[in-house]
Write a protein that binds this ligand. Structure first.
Ligand SMILES: Nc1ncnc2c1ncn2[C@@H]1O[C@H](COP(=O)(O)OP(=O)(O)OP(=O)(O)O)[C@@H](O)[C@H]1O
Ligand SMILES: [Mg+2]
Length: 108
């Protein structure tokens, strides 16, 4: 929900937002991608930090900069990761990847 809320917040009216899932066998992914302005080069590694914000020019983009830090914490609590890919001019794709039960762990 946080990724979808961000996609709504940081895109413009004509942009597209897509949400999906992927079964990677030993991992499961939930992704949200948009055709908005994307995350500026160099900021991708910072946006998951607490109070990290990159874009103050959007009139509707209010926020504390905590949403992605919480997304990352939840993903990591499940043994997984959260990441963003944002090629310049191609929007942004945020992804949560968590290991599935099939990937090992307790056998009891
Ligand atoms: N889909 C996106 N497109 C472009 N930039 C994004 C996108 N999602 C997040 N960001 C950037 O990452 C920053 C951090 O996002 P995060 O969700 O942590 O904070 P926020 O949305 O600004 O505030 P909060 O979630 O606390 O209300 C945002 O301020 C924005 O600069
Ligand atoms: Mg947010």
């Amino acid at each position: 929900m946080q990724l979808a809320a961000n996609a709504m917040k940081f895109t413009r009216d004509h942009d597209a937002i897509r949400v999906g899932t992927a079964d990677g066998g030993s991992t499961a992914a939930i992704w949200v991608e948009d055709t908005g302005p994307g995350v500026p080069p160099g900021d991708a590694e910072h946006v998951f930090g607490r109070f990290a914000r990159t874009r103050s020019d959007d009139h509707s983009a209010s926020g504390a900069g905590l949403g992605l830090a919480i997304v990352k914490a939840i993903a990591e609590a499940h043994g997984g990761t959260a990441k963003v890919t944002s090629p310049p001019g191609s929007g942004a794709r945020f992804e949560i990847i968590i290991p599935t039960a099939r990937s090992g762990g307790s056998t009891t």
